[in-house]
Design a protein around this ligand. Sequence first.
Ligand SMILES: NC(=O)c1ccc[n+]([C@@H]2O[C@H](COP(=O)([O-])OP(=O)(O)OC[C@H]3O[C@@H](n4cnc5c(N)ncnc54)[C@H](OP(=O)(O)O)[C@@H]3O)[C@@H](O)[C@H]2O)c1
Length: 306
Amino acid sequence: MRVLARTPGPDPAVEWIQGDLATGRGITEAVSSTEVIVHAATFSPAARRGTIRPADLVRSPPEVDIGGTRQLLGAAGQAGVAHFLYVSIVGVRHARVPYSRLKAAAEDLVRQSGVPHSIVPSTQFYWLLDRMLGKMARLPAWPLPTKLPMQPADEGDFAAYVAGCVADGPGGDRPPFGGPDIISFGEVAGQYQAARGLRRRILPVPLPGAAARAAGDLTCPEGRRGTTTWAEWLSRHPAPSRMRGAAAPESFRAPSADPGCPHQDHLAAPARSHTRSPRTAKVEWCSWHHHTVSWLCSGGCGGSVQ
Ligand SMILES: NC(=O)c1ccc[n+]([C@@H]2O[C@H](COP(=O)([O-])OP(=O)(O)OC[C@H]3O[C@@H](n4cnc5c(N)ncnc54)[C@H](OP(=O)(O)O)[C@@H]3O)[C@@H](O)[C@H]2O)c1
């Protein structure tokens, strides 16, 4: 198992290649002699900070998702990689926000590359909702498009699906993946507040048709479904004690609180290897990533995944 990362982690079972998709550094080394590539790197400023700013509705930086994907595909083609799996997002083909447009364009690069591939989309991950709603904790009232239907998913459940797709081999556009329940944004926020001990007034904001279309489809009722509910995820990822209660400025995923994670030792020590801010982003990706790695290992790929 080989991982290209800007900041190598401490897991000795992984061959860490220090690199950067935005510049191309490390790509050739990472791809050489590989059979399978799982491309799950991305750069969404809004997801990183947990808030949406007006600039996010105008532009999203393309260096990683477009430039990096293009370079990775080029290197994969030259190296004769047998399977290039691209992790994507449900609904990006119809969404108008710049980050989604980048993901849709990256999907097209993969489809047109000539490299044997799979494109595996998921709905929103629970950790992202947790981060975004956590950012709202200091507001006394939450104006939200409460009726917006969502189907968020557990990142670990999705990693298991990705592992299955790796084991299946190149499958082109794979069925989308979502959580077990289709619930409204209002319910998502209500369950969040209940789990985090918050009492904030939720103010329903109507979402005009154009805005709803711009957001894209956040559900995939016909797709594959995970089993972990939002309420279960919240109970497994309690807010850190300093963030509990009314004054909590932010909530983030607490990786070591996941009893099902086989990488507790790694997850318990993210700060050592991921020292740059935002610290929470490192922790969360690290956790998701290691679910993926773990599931890939147990997915029958026998170490051929790079
Ligand atoms: N979050 C969601 O709700 C969601 C839903 C569906 C699908 N997805 C997809 O799932 C995948 C993982 O996303 P995530 O949301 O879990 O992301 P994330 O936690 O933000 O992780 C993105 C990863 O990309 C890496 N990365 C960023 N810039 C890089 C660069 N220049 N070179 C190398 N690596 C770089 C980051 O590394 P650093 O730690 O060095 O920054 C991080 O490990 C993405 O394809 C995303 O589109 C996400």
